[in-house]
Design a protein around this ligand. Structure first.
Ligand code: SF4
Length: 308
């Protein structure tokens, strides 16, 4: 509540329930949340608690612990009128094929029962292979339950956590696998949320901030690339989802801007060309007017909103 309205927030929060003694406290906390209880994912490894938990919150996660037998009688009592249920394989030492074998078997049984509010996940510090395998086996079996891409790492230095979590989860989203991202890392909550949204943005799943694509500049650059980039950022960084390319030269710049919505490209000494998508719409403008013309173009194309 202390954050601005447009702050990036996590959409779900996880709470673990160890035993039946925890339930009254959970119930009080959920009652205090009112409608926001729909945003709480309650996890447990105890199948005997599932029936109690399903009417309480938005989603119940059943943790399937590697090496432990899973009693499956509770599946018969499941129905779609309560919370969604996520089956989460806690993957530690078993071969990367095991989570897929277990989850696909379960999913096939749930599908045969006509269940729709089901999600699947693998909780691991290295989910990449196991989740790819799961996605492949689900596809073969004709099952399309949503996948929660989970990554857990309890320790490690900041850069290691950032890189590893981005590789392990972002790669899956780039493959087109995954519907929800869930991180559990030693980072602070704010840092973790911002990491999650950066991963989703980089994988082009959800655009939650302005993106700038810029070259490093070289002998072909005839304007002050860093200074200009900073000026452009100052003017447009409130435009969520906008992709701006700022490139040093017309020779290689347009090709390197990839999928930018608008491009600001050096085209000679003190000269700038502007692009909308891949099309050059203003050629050889004076640098003195180029930024204002870029803003006009953004307006003209309906992508401008006034900063608050
Ligand atoms: S886009 Fe042009 S100016 Fe930028 S690094 Fe490549 S060649 Fe150099």
């Amino acid at each position: 509540p202390d954050k601005p309205d447009d702050a990036i927030r996590s959409e779900y929060v996880g709470v673990a329930v160890g035993s039946v003694e925890d339930v009254p406290m959970l119930q009080r906390a959920l009652d205090a949340l009112g409608e926001l209880r729909e945003r709480v994912v309650v996890s447990t490894a105890d199948t005997a608690l599932i029936e109690t938990l399903l009417p309480l919150c938005g989603r119940v996660r059943l943790d399937i612990v590697e090496g432990e037998a899973l009693p499956t009688a509770f599946i018969d009592s499941l129905h779609d009128d309560a919370a969604a249920i996520e089956f989460c394989f806690i993957h530690e030492n078993a071969s990367g094929n095991v989570p897929a074998e277990v989850l696909v078997r379960l999913a096939a049984r749930l599908k045969a029962k006509g269940m729709q509010r089901v999600m699947l996940s693998i909780l691991s510090s290295a989910p990449l292979f196991a989740v790819r395998k799961l996605a492949l086996e689900l596809k073969k079996a004709g099952i399309d339950y949503p996948l929660v891409v989970r990554y857990r790492r309890r320790e490690g230095d900041r850069s290691g956590v950032l890189i590893e979590s981005a590789v392990q989860t972002g790669t899956l989203f780039c493959d087109g696998i995954g519907d929800i991202l869930a991180l559990d890392t030693p980072l602070s909550a704010d840092d973790e949320i911002s990491l999650g949204f950066n991963i989703l943005q980089a994988a082009r799943i959800r655009m939650s901030k302005t993106e700038f694509i810029s070259c490093p500049g070289c002998g072909r650059t005839y304007f002050e690339l860093e200074k200009t980039t900073a000026l452009i950022k100052q003017r447009v960084s409130h435009l969520k989802g906008l992709k701006s390319g700022i490139m040093g030269c017309i020779v290689n710049g347009p090709g390197e801007m990839a999928d930018a919505d608008f491009g600001y490209v050096g085209s000679g000494k003190g000269r700038i060309s502007l692009y909308v998508g891949k099309e050059c719409v203003e050629e050889n403008l004076s640098e003195a007017v180029a930024l204002e013309r870029l803003i006009e173009l953004i307006r003209k194309n309906g992508k401008w909103v006034d900063p608050v």
